[in-house]
Write a protein that binds this ligand. Structure first.
Ligand code: NAD
Length: 282
């Protein structure tokens, strides 16, 4: 690059879709080792909250890391307000295991809402060795983004919106059921809201098709020490940050992941209400 950037300098920031921000940051130290499926922990400002974000894209050539996040609480809203030229306090990563990229055959990608972002680099990497069908869905067309990017890395792309404002009306699970009933699919990869991944797993389990999901558990340390991101997979305790974030979706105890997320949200709301006298949208 002709201009020299500071470490963690914001190169680009804009709203991709309703309340969804894309931020490009100069982070060559992270990007050098980044692989699809991994995540980073972003600390926006000194003493700020640790925000785990799945890597949405990266350019090894330019050292640019792309993050896509939903503005859901105080910290993500503050992060979205950063301007080009600002410097992010700290970006820790890449963390977690990378996605398994190998020839599987017919791979079906299921991306819901902001989950489209982490699905993109995995799809791009898998495309080189597999036939890819992608289903991308959002509540309405205002929530959809990167449709063109997903089209480029898929052999077939199906769009759904809950309200029918673009593509097929309904959840991503509807075309999923149809495809699994009439085509041979070797692997499904699903990333999106927990309820979506849980419902995808009900379908894949029934058909005995391998499923990979990426869990968005609460994380603090990101190194398998604090235990905040503990989940149960195949009746064994796992740390999402250290042993995930991807797991066998047919073996994840989704109800427990949900209970742990809800517990955090309740505690966080109480703390925020106490300190800020406001409410948190997370
Ligand atoms: P959303 O509520 O808009 O839902 C997106 C899509 O998921 C819907 O359009 C629908 O097709 C599907 N869906 C929703 N409810 C469903 C149900 N009951 N059954 C079947 N399908 C259903 O999603 P959002 O507001 O963008 O939230 C995205 C979620 O993804 C957040 O909770 C976020 O934490 C999570 N996320 C996870 C990762 C990860 O790496 N695991 C990364 C980014 C985001």
């Amino acid at each position: 690059m002709s201009k020299s950037f500071k470490q963690n300098e914001v190169i680009q920031v804009h709203e991709l879709a309703k309340s969804i921000t894309m931020m490009e940051v100069y982070a060559p130290n992270v990007v050098e080792f980044a692989k699809p499926g991994q995540f980073v922990i972003v600390i926006n400002e000194a003493k700020g909250e640790r925000i785990p974000l799945t890597i949405a894209d990266f350019s090894k050539e330019n050292g640019i890391l792309t993050l896509v996040f939903q503005q859901v609480g105080k910290s993500t809203m503050a992060l979205a307000k950063r301007k080009v030229g600002d410097v992010i306090e700290h970006i820790n990563g890449p963390l977690g295991h990378a996605s398994l990229i190998q020839p599987f055959g017919n791979v079906l990608m299921v991306a819901g809402g902001v989950g489209i972002a982490p699905v993109f680099p995995i799809t791009r990497a898998l495309k080189e060795q597999n036939h890819i069908i992608s289903i991308v869905g959002a509540k309405s067309k205002d929530g959809l983004f990167w449709v063109d990017k997903m089209k480029k890395v898929s052999d077939e792309l199906i769009i759904t919106t809950d309200d029918g404002s673009l593509g097929r009306a309904g959840f991503v699970t509807e075309p999923l059921k149809e495809i699994l009933s009439n085509q041979k699919i070797d692997r499904v990869i699903a990333i999106g809201p927990l309820i979506m991944m849980k419902n995808v797993s009900k379908i894949t389990k029934e058909k005995n098709i391998p499923l990979i999901v990426s869990l968005n558990s609460l994380m603090v340390c990101g190194m398998g020490m604090c235990g905040a991101c503990r989940c149960t997979v195949n009746e064994k305790s796992k740390f999402t940050c250290f042993e995930g974030p991807e797991f066998d979706g047919n073996e994840v105890n989704f109800n427990e992941v949900n209970q742990r997320l809800q517990m955090y949200r309740k505690e966080e709301k109480i703390a925020l209400d106490y300190y800020l006298g406001g409410s948190n949208g997370r």
